[in-house]
Design a protein around this ligand. Sequence first.
Ligand code: ZN
Length: 108
Amino acid sequence: MAKCPRCGAVLDWAELIEQMLTIEGVEEVLQDKGKFMETFESFVFKCPRCGEEFYGRNLSSKEAEKVFELLNEFKGSIDWENHKVKLRINSLLALETMLEGWDRKVRK
Ligand SMILES: [Zn+2]
């Protein structure tokens, strides 16, 4: 789970991506993994809990990559007009982690 590097609050990925939706040309950025990761790492996010700002590179890039894939996998995951992410990213990430753990157990 993504956590605020300042106060340790659990962050909602959907909310983080929503903060990025104001970038110019963001539709293109969200379709290109390289561009997305580059933009993500240098983007200044603001923690909704403590209000402190931090760079995306302080968060897990592995999770960011997964978020990118989820956003591209599900059509209509972003409501461009209202700058809203309609996908429950945190739930999907948790589910995926759970399934990975289960997969490892089964294979042993
Ligand atoms: Zn914080």
